[in-house]
Design a protein around this ligand. Structure first.
Ligand code: CP
Length: 319
């Protein structure tokens, strides 16, 4: 695994939440909370990233992650480049590493990378110059660290102390980088009870998600949960199966209002989006009073500002 820290102990890359201790995560969440603004309030502006160039290299589709990294970087005073991969020399066969070397020569200081292939953010991080940082914007099914942090921030804002919470992660856990990063951060923060709920086909391998209780029946796993995190079926990462036909899946695993009533009355509902309404979640729940889904999106910018800030803070006064 690529080293994420500089020799002085400051965070240089953020590729995974694995290996970040509780104090580091709490510092990031605290800083992110400072960047949160109520809807309609003026956005925070600073010069923390003045002179820094951030490049977004996304080879998989994204709305929230890419836009919020761009907004986060701009609000901190950075220059931002969004590489249109289909229009770049990647389409002519250039490797991701050569693309990164080229951008580094153009004085890019921070790469935000999303890729369907395992190991791409780590590969770039292992080859860039020492002053350059890499952040994963989503690595295959493996890791989505800023999503994990924004989920934790949303839970902390709404529910407080993790040591009193039961969190249920529901759906395609097997193929989900969101679930893996959520599990890592929630475990580190001392969450009392972690559950995964999935049909057998979408259940992760036995060796994964240590400490989670596994449920195949949604109704059973939802009982008294404080947080219900719904996941999209990652059709792009598996062969199709009849049991995952949308109407059939919704009948067994869709979060409806009567099913949500099995959870704690004050439970909140999360979803990383994009959502498939009527497949994993009913609109009445997604848009209902227990939904914290839009808070997650809002918190995404604040978390990404906190991460970018942390990465440049460790570069020292001369940067
Ligand atoms: N949650 C998330 O990663 O959304 P995008 O795919 O739109 O970035």
């Amino acid at each position: 695994m690529t080293e994420q820290y500089r020799p002085d102990g400051s965070l240089r890359h953020l590729l995974t939440l694995e290996g970040l201790d509780r104090a580091e995560i709490e510092r990031l969440l605290e800083r992110a909370q400072g960047y949160v603004r109520a809807p309609g309030a003026p956005n925070p502006r600073s010069t923390t990233l003045a002179g820094i160039t951030v490049a977004n290299l996304f080879t998989e589709p994204s709305t929230r992650t890419r836009v919020s990294f761009e907004l986060a970087a701009k609000r901190l005073g950075a220059e931002v480049v969004n590489l249109e991969v289909q229009l770049s020399s990647r389409a002519k066969g250039e490797s991701m590493l050569d693309t990164a070397y080229t951008l580094e020569a153009l004085h890019v200081d921070i790469f935000v990378i999303r890729d369907a292939e395992v190991g791409v953010p780590g590969l770039i991080a292992a080859h860039v110059a020492p002053h350059v940082s890499v952040v994963s914007g989503g690595e295959a099914h493996v890791s989505h660290p800023t999503q994990g942090l924004l989920d934790a921030l949303t839970i902390r804002q709404r529910k407080g102390d993790f040591r009193r919470l039961a969190v249920a992660i529901v759906g395609d856990v097997r193929h989900s980088r969101v679930a893996r990063s959520a599990w890592q951060v929630l475990r580190t923060l001392g969450t009392a009870e972690l559950r995964i709920i999935a049909p057998p086909l979408l259940m992760p391998e036995r060796g994964e998600f240590a400490g989670c209780t596994r449920f195949e029946r949604l109704e059973e796993g939802l009982r008294d949960a404080d947080v219900v995190m719904m996941l999209r079926i990652q059709r792009e990462r598996m062969a199709l199966d009849a049991s995952l036909e949308p109407a059939r899946y919704f009948a067994e695993y869709g979060l409806t209002a009567p099913r949500l009533a099995l959870a704690h009355p004050a439970a909140i509902v999360l979803h990383p989006q994009p959502m498939n309404r009527g497949v994993e979640i009913a609109s009445e729940v997604a848009d209902g009073p227990q939904s914290a889904i839009r808070d997650q999106v809002r918190n995404g910018v604040a978390v990404r500002m906190a991460v970018l800030h942390a990465l440049v803070a460790g570069r020292g006064p001369d940067r």
